[in-house]
Design a protein. Structure first.
Length: 253
């Protein structure tokens, strides 16, 4: 039983761009591009996206099943990207791009942290894409949404807000219904309070990391996508995530 929104954004690309009727796996990167990410953090993120894109293209098992969409929250408000292109919210086009065709946007840091609205948009585009796939008679794996932030949710004027509380019961229902798997990752100087928000959003899959280990984070998302394709049980995802959280690679040295 599905309670998702009807499809509103028909896919622009033809199914022939996939091998046969490969089962799809929608993946959303929901990325904080607010002003606190300016300088080295946003450059590190852009570099990591470029490297991850090359790896996706080379990964036979992922390149023809994973579909990537990017949602950002920062100086442009809350927006979806279709590859490198900013999407007009009125355009009847899905932001999801087959992994083997995906090119990342060039992100810039500015503005406020509309985290709540960005997560809501991420959930909406996942629901719409699943409805499209069902309407086309295509199957899909459980989608992944990865929220990455270094701050606290704000309103449009940059003031801290508690509006994120409205998401907690929604996310709990969506997770229990297995409609998607949410990862909530805090980076940089995220505070204790910021970590508490991420724990509320994703009780099993939240992390507070030193620095800006975007490269390792994206590799973890690929590992999780591979496990999803193999029908892994929850304990496998928890192990992948635990290994990601506890590793201490070069970024901390």
């Amino acid at each position: 039983m599905h309670s998702e929104h009807p499809p509103t954004m028909p896919a622009e690309y033809a199914d022939i761009e996939f091998e046969n009727n490969a089962q799809r796996m929608p993946l959303v990167l929901c990325l904080d591009t607010s002003s606190s990410m300016a300088g080295q953090p946003i450059q590190t993120l852009n570099n990591a996206l470029m490297e991850w894109t090359r790896e996706l293209h080379d990964d036979v098992s992922l390149s023809y099943s994973v579909e990537v969409a990017v949602v950002t929250f920062g100086g442009q408000g809350v927006v979806a990207w279709r590859g490198p292109q900013l999407l007009d919210p009125r355009a009847p086009v899905s932001p999801f791009v087959p992994a083997h065709m995906f090119r990342p946007p060039q992100l810039h840091a500015a503005g406020v942290t509309l985290m709540t609205e960005a997560l809501e948009l991420s959930m909406h585009i996942v629901a719409a894409r699943k409805a499209e796939l069902r309407a086309s008679g295509l199957q899909y794996y459980r989608p992944q949404i990865c929220l990455v932030t270094d701050g606290l949710p704000t309103d449009g004027t940059g003031h801290l807000t508690d509006s994120w509380h409205r998401l907690i019961p929604v996310l709990a229902d969506e997770q229990s219904a297995r409609r998607f798997r949410l990862y909530a990752i805090g980076v940089g100087g995220i505070t204790d309070r910021g970590e508490q928000v991420l724990q509320a959003f994703a009780p099993k899959f939240n992390a507070r990391l030193q620095g800006f280990p975007f490269r390792e984070l994206l590799q973890m998302m690929s590992a999780s996508a591979n496990a999803e394709q193999k029908g892994a049980g929850d304990e496998v995802f928890e192990k992948i995530f635990s290994q990601f959280k506890t590793q201490r690679p070069a970024w901390e040295s």
